[in-house]
Write a protein that binds this ligand. Sequence first.
Ligand code: FAD
Ligand code: SF4
Length: 586
Amino acid sequence: MVKTLKSRTVVICGGGFTAGLISRQLTAQGIDVLVLERGGDHTGAAEARLPNQRDELRWDVHAGLVQDWSVETYSLRHASSEHALPVRRMEAFLPGEGMGGAANHWNGQTWRWAEYDPMLRTRLEARYGKKAIPPELMVQDWGVTYFELEPYHALWEKLFGISGKAGNIRGQIQPGGNPFEAPRQDEYPQPPLPPTEAGLIFSKAAESLGHKPFPMAAANSPNAYTNPDGMQLGQCQFCGHCERFICEANAKASPEVLLYPMLLKRPKFELRLHSHVTRVDYDRKAKRARGVRYVDLLSGEEYLQPADVVILASFTMSNTKHLLVSGIGKPYDPKTGSGVVGKNFCHQTMSGVNVHFRDRWINPFLASGASQTCIDEFNGDNFDHSGLGFFGGGYIYSNTTSGRPITRRLLPPGTPQWGSKWKQANADWYAHSFNIYVHGSWYPHRENYLDLDPTYQDAYGQPLVRMTFDIRENELRMSEYLTGKAAEIARASGATIVGTPSPRKGPYDARVYQTTHVTGGTVMGADPHTSVVSPHLQHWDAENLFVVGASVYPFNAGYNPTGPLGALSLRLGDDLVRYVQRPQML
Ligand SMILES: Cc1cc2nc3c(=O)[nH]c(=O)nc-3n(C[C@H](O)[C@H](O)[C@H](O)COP(=O)(O)OP(=O)(O)OC[C@H]3O[C@@H](n4cnc5c(N)ncnc54)[C@H](O)[C@@H]3O)c2cc1C
Ligand code: SF4
């Protein structure tokens, strides 16, 4: 029997990055917050201390910090005409679990998106004409401008001690930074990380082609740092166990270092771990969320947790699933183009080319998750797309995040996959190679969407989220073009051997890691007919229900997603302080 608990002011589903930031704003104003998180607490556990932190097999190859696929997975088909099958072990993207979510084991590659991104449709129509955008490319505006979010970007960067070199301060282009950067008020809170050997090679090659390389902004702290809340970061050791790992040195800005230890001391904050949310309890007549249902994974008991305000902050896939399972909002139908929940599902388009240098010591193990050097000339709409046959783009960078022995050995083309020649190639090239990578956008396609699988269920007896998803013509062309640009830099680098450029090809493969940047499903916008939530992230069909996370992005940029999520979450926290005092459509 479901037990009904005492009502709370704000209940947040998911205890990750966005939930932590919203809770910071609310509890600072004395507002009661309960966070329900399905996972546990990593603090002080094997994954967060030496020597076990360095276990590549456990945390990387076996993805030990990731959602348990035997409990809940997704199904995949490439077209509506196919029967979807469950993905037994998802590798394409890796949703996190436990206090702090995926941003505990993230890289820390940090971006504000381009100034025009929140108004991308308007921008593309103005520059290329309405007819230039194919009808199947469902790009739409966010309904909020970059400048409305800018103060929240600045606050988030201070809280997370972001390091970098500004490229544009109040409209003035800054030498050494990204000239395409959206205008900022100030420099980054911390100086950039020092360049790696790969970064130095990349810079020289990119400059020789007329590009403007710059250090990527990073959440790997170059120095000891104390944030405005008094929370501290240690100094990054370039340990090479960053992406997919928790930082035992507390040098990676993450929720379990900077947010939750502080929140847990606040009297108005409660975190209930091992609590798997199954649905939102929705009053259709009143158009309100009454609360949420969840299973206590330690006791097996099921609870109804009533609340004045419900926030879904459980990452793209769970956010979309909660709405579909709870029957809130009209599911998207690709045949008619009607409905909104599940539409605009996107991933990212990664590709690259390897470079091998006989006489340069790259030493890929001396790296952090975001110690990259990049160029932004070919991202988004930073270049003219007239006549190219696609929209979008990506940043291009020297990709050295680790030299871990099982998974990170780059070998020249033609090397056998076993035997003495393979061993010799490892000895010759392991320390002398890196790849030049494209971090590419993915724009929404009419036939890429999420819905509920009619056949397969998870361990809780709920339908799996079904992905109807493939890489379409726009992304195939974009990847071909951008990988060609990466190959130009590779050839200009003086490499002894330039590998074979490998643009992204179809079909979409759930077994190959891309990024954990899947977006869409509950998109934001100013029009309830084309969006699930308003520009203030308030559900159009339930005034006291809010959704936050990359699920609200109407398209996926070539940039990493978490910077604007930080800004959106802090703004939502402030909006909710007002909403709790005076509930209304914001
Ligand atoms: C390996 C890796 C590298 C990354 N690198 C970068 C990077 O360099 N730069 C960048 O910008 N971004 C990066 N990201 C993405 C970044 O981590 C996410 O954008 C960010 O964590 C999203 O915040 P969120 O709150 O939406 O989700 P999360 O932080 O993942 O939090 C969601 C939480 O919801 C919980 N949850 C889900 N379903 C339920 C349920 N039914 N009931 C209860 N709880 C639930 C999950 O357990 C999780 O803790 C990376 C991610 C990964 C995995
Ligand atoms: S590379 Fe730096 S930030 Fe990343 S885990 Fe290692 S010490 Fe921490």
